[in-house]
Write a protein that binds this ligand. Structure first.
Ligand code: HEM
Length: 89
């Protein structure tokens, strides 16, 4: 199947650090469900919004994407991350 727009945005902007839903810089802070629940603020109450917040603002060694990606692209990549976290990458 054609990769979704979210998948393309992830490959182009995120996979360099988060290939396979991992984290090459801080190995425990992956994009897997258990790690998001443990480390990402508000993930349990509002998962997509919590991912959007992280992407817009960045954190520590992760760059901010606000102004680099459109709001729609950020929404689509956040939905892609959430779906893969639910499905287990
Ligand atoms: C953490 C998503 C790009 C480095 C995270 C987290 C999310 C996320 C959801 C929280 C994970 C957790 O706490 O378990 C994304 C998305 C990206 C992206 C969707 C593309 C739009 C990048 C890039 C880098 C990077 C390019 C490396 C240059 C990191 C680091 C953390 C992190 C170091 C841990 C931050 C901390 O808590 O200190 N990312 N990321 N990310 N990401 Fe990204």
């Amino acid at each position: 199947a054609e990769p979704s727009n979210g998948a393309k945005i992830f490959e182009a902007n995120c996979a360099s650090c988060h290939i396979g839903g991992g984290n090459i810089l801080i190995s425990q802070k992956t994009l897997k469900k258990e790690a998001l629940s443990k480390y990402l603020e508000n993930y349990d109450s509002d998962s997509i919004q919590a991912i959007i917040h992280q992407v817009q603002n960045g954190k520590n060694a992760m760059p901010a994407f606000k102004g680099k990606l459109s709001h729609e692209d950020i929404l689509e990549v956040a939905a892609y991350v959430f779906q893969n976290a639910e499905q287990g990458w």
